[in-house]
Write a protein that binds this ligand. Sequence first.
Ligand SMILES: Nc1nc2c(ncn2[C@@H]2O[C@H](COP(=O)(O)OP(=O)(O)O)[C@@H](O)[C@H]2O)c(=O)[nH]1
Ligand SMILES: [Mg+2]
Length: 151
Amino acid sequence: MKVYKSDQIRNIATGAHGGAGKTSLVEAMLFNMNEINRIGSVELGTTISDYNEEEMERQISLGTSLLHGEWNNHKVNMVDTPGYTDFFGEVVGALRAVDSVLVVISATGGVERGVAAGGSGSGEPWHWRAGAALPQTRRCPPDAAGHAANQ
Ligand SMILES: Nc1nc2c(ncn2[C@@H]2O[C@H](COP(=O)(O)OP(=O)(O)O)[C@@H](O)[C@H]2O)c(=O)[nH]1
Ligand SMILES: [Mg+2]
């Protein structure tokens, strides 16, 4: 087994409300890292992350999945969390183990309750990240007028 130095390891969790696309994004990342040779589908129950029978049947993530791949000689550990608040405990556990959280925002639905909506937002990933003192990077696609909105 390949041995990585600690500075070659990245631990990343996904975070967002259910249905934002976390599991699909992780699946695409695994494909791009050549860990899998086809991109599975949530609808067909063929993703690596949503592997148990109930997840396949319901087409949602119910538990945290650990996945890994290699990119540019770095080991990337991905922690795909469930988005529904019933399973929030899974997310809290994941945040204790990661360096960063990939907050996924649906390109069609935009920012919805469960990502970073108003109020104290204590149950939302943008705020969980702050609570866990994790760094933040925001990268948004250009708006309709073509203005980039990266921070
Ligand atoms: N068209 C389209 N559908 C997507 C995309 N990403 C996810 N989906 C669909 O959105 C639904 C929820 O995706 P999923 O990855 O399970 O979201 P999660 O709950 O955040 O893990 C599924 O039906 C996916 O096929 C995308 O980039 N484009
Ligand atoms: Mg999921």
